[in-house]
Design a protein around this ligand. Structure first.
Ligand SMILES: [Zn+2]
Ligand SMILES: [Zn+2]
Length: 730
């Protein structure tokens, strides 16, 4: 004890001595730093320059006027830097200067170049952030279910990952932890055999100007294409099949494509839009037969009928050497369904007989408490009530085109009331056609009419089912509002039903469509606003609620659990539900991102082990690919605009042969900006003069003009449009 105290005292004494010895040095260092900082702050380009400038601005303006005599604006007070530039130009005859220095021209700006550069840097950060919200590189994932005990995975961990040859590898290629739900696609690999489930698209929002949707981009899959033994589809929503026309043609007729009749019908319809429709090996499955299909040496698959908001919906049981994996697909519970009841017993049977080594469960509505309070029948009945209440006018019902059972309800309710029904909208007509062929819809006799015929009937006979429930600008409903629709213009006696909920993010568009309809004097009935009309509900979500998930997972007792089909918070909440309510041990739950490799081991344990690179391909509404650089340019232009200056100079003399042309788009209106344009013309003339005779590199000259003009524009407007200098030599 005594020894310890002495030792501590000795240590302190040593430290104090050391400090005393070093103190002068430290002090000196501190003082020097301070001096430097002070100087730097008040120097040109320094932090406090503005303070200095304020007091000297009058003087500077005077100096400018006397020297250049051209700039009238007080804003054009010269900084000492541009002052120096002017001096340099003057001294250019001294021949000691480099050609670039010789070409320097006074800009007459009061903002520092540093400010402009800062603005540009912040802008480019914003643009990058907006244009690359999808997963690229290694996403941050410190969830306690991340497979690394809550630690962020490192590059070296990923590099060191070696696949276990006896593991089944589950690789989500899309659909996990991104903004929005979509792009669903998962690969299952075992010893060189791959099975793919779903190929979906993700709809891009307004953050991606000119981009309609995205599809998964996966080099790993390109490299391993030959190993793919089967491609399976859970159901025909676009977030599960939308990417078919881009991805399926790579596989050709050797790889079987499995799905129910409606799903395959929808895929074929989509593939028929591809030029030179590729021949594919489509295999229609009938889930209620409980067929177990052996798709490769190690994998066999079974489709299980489940309920959702589209016909032909399934879960998929994938039998692997390391146990059965249940891929839930999209699902909801219904006690009183319009469709064939879900084959829940079959899932229970497999769970009891074989057990599920792993369950991938969708996460869409995990944040919605409770369970569905009503059924699709209620929705149908309420649509009938609308027809009763508004019996004298046209009833226009807008819903998702894949809601085939809802469309069936409309047909039934209309037919019972002697109304006729016409369909409007490309996808609506498409889906009804496919449903008819797949026998997924019952159509009462003499009820369906063509649009051009139904408009000849009295209003009380007219029912129209159309797209546009999400407020899409170019969809039928909006065109009816604006009068652009060929057959229908909304009138005050119309009743419009939104048998849908806006998808998160679409609310403003829906609001604007509703506003447009109300302005025309029409009656609007929206789901979720029952208090206004006493009619509702008019929609039933296709996805299970929280309590449904608790029951589903508790009943099926999977050993391991992996939330999928959801944004990151949904996956996390789904995992919490599995641990806290169902009681699955934390180590058996994995929250993965697109690209993560999850391994189901021979001993049925689960782990995360490395990553593959995944990305996105962006497509416009003409199905043409859009480069990310183009999207970034569009965002930049939408914020700052574009500015083109054209110099026409004589090849012989180097002199300007005409006044520089200036084009401004999405930036400033030229007629309102004479002074600024005059300033830029003056700069360009001076610049051309200074470049005269020198054998200046054209590119260097362009770069200088680009930078200088950007600076002048930034000085005047606070914005940095994309500046494009063009030099014509004639
Ligand atoms: Zn779905
Ligand atoms: Zn889905």
């Amino acid at each position: 004890m005594e020894n310890k105290k002495q030792a501590e005292e000795a240590r302190r004494a040593r430290l104090l001595k050391m400090r005393a010895e070093r103190l002068p040095d430290i002090k000196k260092q501190f003082e020097e730093n301070q001096k430097r900082n002070f100087n730097a702050n008040f120097a040109p380009g320094g932090k406090d320059e503005a303070l200095v400038k304020k007091s000297s601005v009058k003087k500077a303006t005077k100096a400018t006027n006397s020297k250049a005599g051209a700039t009238k604006s007080a804003k054009a007070a010269k900084t000492s830097k541009s002052g120096k530039a002017a001096k340099d130009t003057k001294a250019s005859k001294n021949a000691k200067l480099t050609p670039a220095q010789a070409r320097n021209v006074a800009l007459g700006v009061s903002t520092r170049k540093g400010e402009m550069v800062h603005h540009q840097r912040m802008l480019s950060q914003d643009v990058n952030m907006q244009a690359t919200q999808h997963i690229i590189g290694i996403p941050v994932n410190k969830s306690r279910y991340n497979g690394y005990k809550g630690q962020q995975v490192t590059m070296s961990q990923i590099r060191a990952a070696r696949p276990d040859k006896d593991a089944v590898r589950i690789i989500p290629i899309g659909g996990l932890g991104e903004f929005g739900i979509g792009k669903n696609m998962t690969a299952f690999e075992y010893q060189g055999e791959i099975v793919l489930i779903d190929m979906g698209t993700l709809f891009a929002d307004a953050d991606y100007p000119g981009v309609n949707y995205m599809v998964p981009d996966c080099k790993w899959l390109d490299d391993n294409r030959d190993k793919v033994k089967a491609i399976l589809f859970t159901h025909a929503h676009l977030d599960h099949i939308g990417a078919c026309k881009h991805l399926l043609p790579y596989f050709g007729p050797m790889v079987p494509v499995y799905g129910t009749a409606f799903t395959i019908g929808m895929i074929k319809k989509q593939m028929s839009e591809v030029p030179d429709v590729p021949e594919m090996n489509y295999q229609v499955v009938e889930p209620l037969k409980h067929d177990i299909i052996k798709v490769s040496q190690h994998f066999s698959v079974e489709f299980v009928h489940m309920l959702h908001s589209i016909p032909g919906n399934t879960s998929i049981v994938l039998r692997t050497p390391n146990g059965a994996i249940l891929v839930s697909g999209d699902w909801r519970f219904e006690t009183h369904p319009m469709d064939t009841p879900a084959d829940y017993d079959r899932l229970i049977e497999i769970s009891e007989k074989e057990g599920f080594a792993l369950m991938l469960n969708e996460s869409t509505n995990i944040d919605v408490p409770g369970t569905h309070p009503h059924s699709e029948y209620d929705v149908g009945e309420n649509l009938g009530r609308v027809m009763d209440h508004y019996a004298n006018g046209r009833v226009i019902i807008s819903c998702f085109s894949s809601q085939v059972k809802r469309i069936e309800s409309v047909l039934r309710e209309a037919s019972e009331r002697g109304r006729k029904v016409a369909f409007a909208g490309f996808s609506m007509i498409n889906n009804v056609e496919v449903a008819l062929r797949a026998k997924a819809i019952k159509v009462p006799k003499d009820t369906v009419m063509k649009m051009e015929d139904i408009i000849k009937l009295p209003d009380e006979k007219v029912t129209i089912v159309c797209t546009g429930s999400q407020g899409e600008m170019n969809a039928v409903l909006n065109r009816m509002v604006t009068g652009q629709h060929r057959f229908i213009k909304i009138k005050a006696t119309d009743t419009i039903v939104f048998a849908s909920n806006p998808i998160p993010g679409n609310e403003p568009k829906v609001t604007s469509t509703v506003g447009g309809l109300l302005r025309e004097g029409a009656q609007v009935i929206q789901n979720g606003k029952t208090h206004l009309t006493n009619i509702g509900p008019l929609h039933l979500s296709g996805h299970a609620y929280y309590e449904d998930h608790v029951k589903f997972v508790s009943d099926l007792k999977p050993k391991n659990y992996m939330p999928y089909h959801g944004e990151f918070y949904m996956l996390e909440h789904n995992a919490e539900m599995a641990e806290n309510v169902v009681g699955i041990p934390r180590d058996n739950i994995i929250v993965a991102d697109d690209g993560d490799i999850v391994e189901l081991m021979a001993d049925k344990s689960i782990r995360k082990n490395g990553r593959i690179h995944v990305g996105n391909k962006l497509y416009d509404d003409a199905d043409r690919q859009v480069n990310e650089a183009v999207v970034k340019d569009r965002i930049h232009i939408s914020r700052e605009g574009i500015f083109v200056v054209v110099l026409t100079v004589s090849k012989k003399t180097g002199r300007l042969v005409k006044t520089p042309d200036i084009v401004s788009r999405a930036f400033i209106y030229l007629d309102d900006s004479e002074e600024l344009i005059g300033k830029i013309r003056h700069y360009l003339r001076t610049k051309a003069e200074h470049s005269k005779g020198t054998d200046a590199d054209l590119k260097a000259l362009k770069d200088e003009i680009k930078e200088d003009v950007t600076h002048i524009l930034f000085d005047a407007t606070g914005h940095t449009p994309i500046v494009i200098p063009v030099i014509n030599r004639v």
